[in-house]
Design a protein. Structure first.
Length: 112
């Protein structure tokens, strides 16, 4: 699904218009309509993702998973008792989990 379509769906889910979102983000009118034909810069993409509390990968269509609960990483890390995890290591675990999910989606098991 193209970026604009995902954005429109997120707006519809919150019962706001694209114009309302533009105002909330401090963008001029029709800025977000340009996403029908253009890919946004990283800063704009992150600002939109933060507003909706979704990942930039979700907006880009790289995954259908909007977000993961914050405690997912902690839950995974908790299975390694006695080990202390740095914030950087926890972020790496999160990236790996997303990679595995995408790989699973792109290459389903036989018979699925």
């Amino acid at each position: 699904m193209p970026i604009f379509e995902r954005l429109k769906k997120l707006c519809d889910d919150r019962k706001i218009s694209i114009n309302d979102l533009e105002k909330a983000l401090g963008y001029s009118k029709n800025t977000l309509y340009r996403l029908k034909t253009q890919t946004p810069g990283a800063d704009k993409l992150q600002k939109i993702a933060d507003y909706f509390d979704v990942s930039t990968d979700y907006l880009l269509g790289r995954t259908d998973v909007k977000t993961l609960p914050d405690d997912d990483i902690e839950t995974l890390a908790a299975h390694h008792e006695g080990e202390d995890w740095t914030e950087e290591e926890l972020e790496e675990i999160e990236r790996f989990k997303e990679f595995v999910r995408m790989k699973r989606k792109d290459h389903p098991k036989k018979g699925e």
